[in-house]
Design a protein around this ligand. Structure first.
Ligand SMILES: [Zn+2]
Length: 323
């Protein structure tokens, strides 16, 4: 269903079946001759139906749209192939755009699968094939229009500027409309749930990168922040303070867990508190074991760069212990 959230701006809640995120907010900015769509939903039948029903309600023909992808995750980029086939211009940041296209090859996922050794997830017998990033991504590369910080997109009366907000992913981008004080932030700042900050290897201390991007947006003049999941945010500085506190508590929780001795990311994750409906670690769906271990790893690596823990590579896996 399409809901009007601001003048000429609509939200389509695209369902994400069997996913704890429940839905993604796809935003549509209606212009006179073209409309801008922000993010897509998974490359999965229910999502496709849900998005196209919303576009139909708004009387929007996909051919008269442009697509803006905030970041690489499949729930945001999965349907890009459908837009490509319709001849639509697709904006993405270069870093995440390249990831999205790499993810269409098995070689990427075979490389990704090596993280299970690094995280010590081998003992849970997880494989990349259960990862939603693999299951619902696009199947063929698409040609993106790469946009950099400051790039401008005019839609109707709105003028959007691209803003770099890496952290949730290595090349996450958002759109700022300074005249109306609106910000489309993808998964950078969410309310009620906290964005997953995972480990990416290439940018080791990604949590530090995320903190910097939170500080950057803190200083922006924003009346309404439109996030890709859950509630629209009207007090972004309050939410940023909460998110920073959340990660500081996480870092402290991990330091406490490490008092038990030397542990891997997976073992730390299995002892952390998670707000997911599962009895214990064994009851976690395998996809969630990936996310949890990846999140534990990003925090452990941050503690390493803060000089609080040692990081030892042993038999292909990282072990962490208090200094
Ligand atoms: Zn995401």
């Amino acid at each position: 269903m399409a809901i009007k959230v601001f003048e000429d701006i609509y939200k389509i809640e695209v369902v994400l079946p069997k996913n704890p995120l429940k839905a993604i907010n796809v935003y549509v900015i209606k212009g006179e001759d073209k409309s801008l769509i922000i993010d897509t939903g998974f490359n999965q039948e229910e999502c496709i139906d849900s998005l196209f029903k919303g576009l139909e309600e708004l009387n929007i023909d996909i051919k008269e749209t442009e697509l803006f992808i905030t970041h690489l995750h499949s729930d945001h980029s999965g349907m890009a192939g459908i837009f490509k086939d319709a001849g639509v211009k697709i904006y993405a940041g270069e870093v995440d755009g390249k990831y999205i296209n790499n993810m269409t090859s098995l070689a990427y996922w075979e490389e990704f699968d090596k993280f299970k050794i690094l995280f010590d997830l081998e003992k849970d017998k997880v494989t990349f094939s259960e990862h939603p990033g693999y299951k619902y991504c696009l199947r063929e590369p698409v040609e993106f229009t790469y946009v950099k910080e400051g790039y401008g997109i005019q839609v109707g009366k709105y003028f959007f500027e691209v803003v770099d907000i890496p952290g949730h992913t290595p090349g996450h981008i958002g759109l700022y409309e300074r005249n109306h004080k609106l910000f489309f932030g993808g998964d950078h700042i969410l309310d009620k749930i906290t964005p997953n900050i995972g480990y990416w290897g290439a940018e080791e201390n990604i949590l530090a990168v995320y903190f910097n991007s939170l500080a950057k947006i803190y200083s922006f003049d924003i009346d309404i922040l439109f996030p890709a999941h859950r509630n629209i945010i009207t007090d972004h500085t309050r939410r940023i303070n909460e998110l920073i506190l959340h990660h500081k508590e996480r870092l402290n929780e991990i330091l406490n867990i490490l008092k038990d001795g030397e542990l891997t990311a997976r073992d730390v994750a299995s002892k952390m508190k998670w707000s997911i409906r599962a009895k214990d670690w064994d009851d976690f769906p395998n996809a969630q074991k990936w996310f949890a271990s990846s999140e534990a790893m990003s925090h452990l690596v941050h503690l390493y760069y803060s000089g609080k823990v040692d990081k030892i590579l042993s038999d292909g896996k990282y072990l962490f212990r208090l200094k």
